[in-house]
Write a protein that binds this ligand. Structure first.
Ligand SMILES: CC(C)(COP(=O)(O)OP(=O)(O)OC[C@H]1O[C@@H](n2cnc3c(N)ncnc32)[C@H](O)[C@@H]1OP(=O)(O)O)[C@@H](O)C(=O)NCCC(=O)NCCS
Length: 331
């Protein structure tokens, strides 16, 4: 069974409500039909009813029975505006600004999740990563004990001997351009949590990657990863985690054994933490394009799950991301 088939089965077993702020977008209405008919989640579409229904008609999507909410007419908008104002008044947001934000489907959807009127949110078919991340960071904020929001890519490889039955979790490949040692440690802990929650990896083995293995090179960038490893041990003493190590030392057993003798992670890592966003983003794309892997992205570290799509996403990508979000919401 592929990782996504497993995630969909989990999503069906405990149905969650997922809000889609881009409710009248062509791929979104098609995805909503599939999500409902396959019983993956209860989708809610945001937007003007006429516009959502017209888009569905154009796409030949049957969205009967799917809730549509228009922030302009919703009785909850003023409550959401009050909450936005309370949370952001010290950042210069006025009551009028807050109402304007609450009328924006992205902020409205974020507030639904914040206040428990939906379990998770998926957007990004139209909006950029930043458009969705910023309100999520400002209003939903991080999980208790976690300082930063970051991302993981679930990399499904053609070779089942690598990682956990062919699955590796890569982090962070989307959010934090240049994490400090402390932030990197929090990313490592979040990635292990994603490996457990979404992939069912019972024993995450987390490698903090570098161009050095166990002091083979000396540089301030290497010291940062060593420090991050130390902080991550303190944050999660029971986690099987080690660093700094090179990519090959992390995943090739013979190289791990020679370069990092006695490491509980080297050669058998299933969670790989990259030292910064450039390395992480390049790394996942190399794995996808040259390694033939399938890549599925999720955000981690948010108090409630919200996930981003690429603007070039397919209908199937939206369905998959909703399933991943629903399973995150179960946790
Ligand atoms: C995440 C991102 C959108 C934040 O945007 P920004 O406009 O710089 O946001 P700010 O720095 O003003 O922060 C906004 C709020 O979010 C918080 N924040 C920012 N990054 C955060 C993070 N990773 N985790 C938790 N909170 C964060 C800030 O503390 C701030 O909170 P406050 O307003 O309550 O004080 C930005 O870091 C970014 O663009 N990252 C790269 C995304 C990207 O382009 N990826 C490409 C690969 S697809």
């Amino acid at each position: 069974m592929s990782i996504i088939d497993g995630v969909k089965a989990k999503a069906r077993a405990n149905l969650k409500t997922i809000v889609l702020p881009e409710g009248d977008e062509a791929r979104t209405v098609q995805a909503a039909q599939i999500i409902k008919s396959e019983g993956i989640a209860r989708p809610i579409l945001l937007g003007k009813a006429e516009s959502v229904l017209e888009s569905a008609k154009k796409q030949g999507a049957d969205i009967s029975g799917i809730e549509i909410i228009d922030p302009e007419t919703s009785p909850l908008t003023s409550k959401y505006a009050d909450c936005i104002y309370e949370m952001r008044k010290n950042k210069g947001v006025s009551p009028e600004d807050a109402l304007k934000l609450a009328l924006d489907p992205m902020y409205y959807g974020i507030m639904m999740v914040k206040l428990g009127d939906a379990d998770g949110l998926v957007s990004g078919a139209v909006h950029t990563t930043g458009d969705m991340l910023r309100p999520a960071l400002q209003l939903i904020k991080t999980k208790p004990g976690i300082k930063v929001v970051s991302s993981s890519f679930l990399m499904e490889l053609p070779n089942p001997e690598i990682g956990w039955n062919g699955l590796l979790v890569y982090s962070d490949c989307v959010v934090m351009p240049c994490p400090t040692a402390e932030e990197l440690a929090h990313i490592a802990v979040s990635a292990a949590d994603t490996a457990k929650t979404l992939c069912g990896i019972e024993e995450p083995r987390v490698a903090l990657l570098s161009f050095s293995t166990k002091g083979s090179a000396k540089h301030e960038l290497v010291s940062k990863v060593q420090q991050a490893t130390q902080i991550a041990h303190e944050l999660a003493p029971d986690l099987i985690l080690d660093g700094e190590m090179q990519f090959d030392a992390a995943i090739v057993p013979s190289i791990g054994a020679s370069k990092a003798k006695g490491s509980p992670v080297a050669g058998k890592a299933n969670v790989l933490v990259f030292p910064d966003l450039q390395a992480g983003n390049i790394g996942y794309k190399i794995t996808e394009r040259l390694g033939g892997a399938r890549a599925y992205a999720v955000l981690q570290g948010l108090a409630k799950p919200c996930n981003d799509l690429s603007r070039g996403c397919s209908v199937n990508d939206i369905v998959t991301t909703v399933a991943l979000t629903a399973v995150q919401a179960q946790a």
